[in-house]
Design a protein around this ligand. Structure first.
Ligand SMILES: Nc1ncnc2c1ncn2[C@@H]1O[C@H](COP(=O)(O)OP(=O)(O)OP(=O)(O)O)[C@@H](O)[C@H]1O
Length: 385
């Protein structure tokens, strides 16, 4: 593996303080510069630790859990505090604190002691990517998994996308509520139509940015799958029912097309109580040798494509922030053959390998490439126990 380039800028987690988060009562964890390997039996808190670190980026659970479920059983709330080192000249806070109280469901963020005007201003505070065996759902799961992947990657790296996503979701909830109302009362179709300009305006941004990202990264996806060990050609493509004319201003063209599609489907929407047209129905098509990986891929091929998606995510974060993100590895090589695991670590190394936190059930699961990292153990939510 290429040795990490010391000059490459990286974000580094120096310390993480966990209070009543999942099965951690009170832990202060120092992180060495290159990273840490955490060894512990099943169910002792390894994934919880990675979830806590990732929370500092997304301000929500990477596993899709609700905030109240992250609070240690019986505790009133949780708090995470991190100290981060950044390369000279890069922007971002050095002290990040996130707290959540069960009563009132209040979430508070502090960046260097100050509360940002909006929660979303703190998104991406600690850039990181998680690699985990459950990532296979990105490939084998429903289109919703892949849309969520795109939404996370793009919302973390494009302010315009984040803002459009928030507005689009708000308008969609309201239009669907109006549709259900119209279906029940037999009128009020116009109340659903009211939300269509907003859906078209913000949906167009989602559509354009998703397509642009997929087009820009498609070759890299194919190259990564090949480098990991696929012999057939892998392909990634954004698919959408929306037909948009080529235009100098693609957002304006997508907006017009979406407005038309929403109007055309309105009667059907009223009948079914849901919105049929829009980027919330699109997908990221992944194929190998021309065949849908979701339907025909082997478990190993699906894992490979999922890892390629995570590597693309890391590259996107790197391009946006200029820094190497943290790599959080949740025993990701468990079911892969040694050759593939080795190639993936080589690819991670080629990217400059940011600070790495690897969690594994046994010391024998640590790949040779990462045996140089410091080690600790975890038992019942206590590190170093
Ligand atoms: N809100 C919570 N409060 C207290 N404990 C919790 C909470 N949520 C989950 N747990 C506990 O955390 C443990 C699971 O931790 P985690 O998912 O990190 O396991 P792991 O070490 O990664 O295991 P595996 O190797 O099986 O993936 C379980 O014992 C579960 O009961």
């Amino acid at each position: 593996m290429t040795s990490p380039d010391a000059a490459r800028p990286r974000v580094r987690l120096l310390r993480l303080a966990l209070r009543d988060f999942r099965n951690f009562e009170r832990q202060d964890v120092p992180f060495p510069a290159d990273g840490l390997v955490v060894i512990g039996e099943n169910g002792h808190g390894k994934s919880n630790l990675l979830e806590a670190i990732y929370y500092l980026q997304l301000l929500r659970s990477v596993r899709g859990a609700r905030d109240q479920d992250l609070v240690r059983f019986g505790a009133p709330g949780f708090h995470l505090g991190a100290t981060v080192a950044r390369p000279p000249g890069s922007v971002g806070a050095h002290e990040i604190g996130v707290g959540f109280e069960r009563t009132g469901k209040k979430k508070r963020v502090r960046l260097d002691g100050a509360e940002p005007p909006r929660l979303s201003d703190a998104l991406g505070a600690v850039p990181s990517v998680i690699f985990s065996p459950v990532d296979v759902a990105l490939v084998a799961g429903s289109p919703a998994e892949r849309r969520r992947y795109l939404d996370v990657v793009l919302a973390l790296t494009s302010r315009r996308y984040l803002s459009a996503l928030q507005s689009y979701r708000g308008a969609l909830v309201r239009r669907n509520a109006a549709l259900r109302d119209a279906a029940r009362t037999g009128r009020g179709e116009s109340r659903a139509a009211v939300w269509e300009p907003a859906l078209a305006e913000h949906g167009a941004v989602l559509w354009v940015e998703r397509r642009a990202w997929c087009a820009a990264r498609a070759d890299a996806f194919a190259a990564l799958c090949a480098a990991i060990g696929e012999r057939a050609a892998a392909r990634m493509r954004y698919t959408s029912a929306l037909v948009v004319d080529d235009a100098a201003d693609p957002v304006a063209a997508a907006r017009t097309a979406l407005e038309r599609a929403l109007a055309e489907k309105r009667l059907l929407d009223v009948k079914r109580g849901v919105t049929h047209a829009g980027p919330h129905r699109d997908d990221l098509e992944l194929t190998l040798g021309g065949r849908d990986l979701r339907l025909y891929g082997s478990a190993g091929q699906q894992r490979t494509a999922a890892i390629a998606l995570r590597l693309l995510e890391a590259a996107t974060l790197r391009d946006a922030s200029g820094c190497e993100p943290l790599f959080l590895l949740d025993d990701p090589f468990a079911e892969l053959d040694a050759r593939r695991a080795h190639r993936i670590l080589e690819l991670l190394g080629d990217a400059g390998l940011g600070q790495t936190v690897l969690v594994v059930p046994r010391a024998t699961d640590i790949p040779a490439e990462l045996t140089r990292l410091e080690r600790t153990t975890i038992r019942d939510g206590v590190l170093g126990a």
